[in-house]
Design a protein around this ligand. Structure first.
Ligand SMILES: [Zn+2]
Ligand SMILES: [Zn+2]
Length: 142
């Protein structure tokens, strides 16, 4: 994981709750849902509501602090800090665990498009399958 942290935008108030959400995202090794974030903060701040977490996350996305994404097999939006470099994930189809891929499989990929036809700005790649634990469990059940 790289150490880049998106800077706090000028003029955006640093409320306790926003800083809480930011630090959860900062320490997350993979993208989290609003519920995941809410659960991690809950207890340390009893005045925090799930709807507040959603509002803060939407604000972060609009301000470029966070990126919103979804993965195969789930409609739940996941959020991660916008670390400027792009990342890819592998998703477990059984437990929905999301694992970061350490490389970009598209790095040497040259799209067969001529420049005047299409200007490529980025790409999305996602792997899906079973994580080690689920693979073990599932092969036992067979
Ligand atoms: Zn799994
Ligand atoms: Zn890539």
């Amino acid at each position: 994981m790289n150490d880049y942290r998106p800077p706090w935008p000028d003029g955006m108030k640093k409320t306790k709750q926003r800083l809480c959400v930011y630090s959860v995202l900062e320490n997350a090794p993979y993208p989290l849902s609003a519920m995941d974030i809410f659960r991690q903060i809950d207890g340390s701040d009893s005045s925090l509501w799930l709807s507040t977490v959603y509002r803060i996350l939407e604000l972060f996305v609009n301000e470029g602090l966070a990126i919103k994404t979804t993965v195969t097999g789930s409609n739940t939006a996941l959020y991660e800090l916008n670390r400027s470099t792009h990342r890819h994930y592998a998703v477990c189809l059984n437990c929905r665990k999301v694992i970061e891929m350490i490389n970009c499989p598209m790095e040497k990929f040259v799209p067969k498009l001529s420049d005047d036809e299409f200007h490529v700005l980025g790409h999305k790649v996602e792997m899906y399958g079973y994580c080690r634990d689920c693979e073990k469990k599932l092969s036992k059940d067979r």
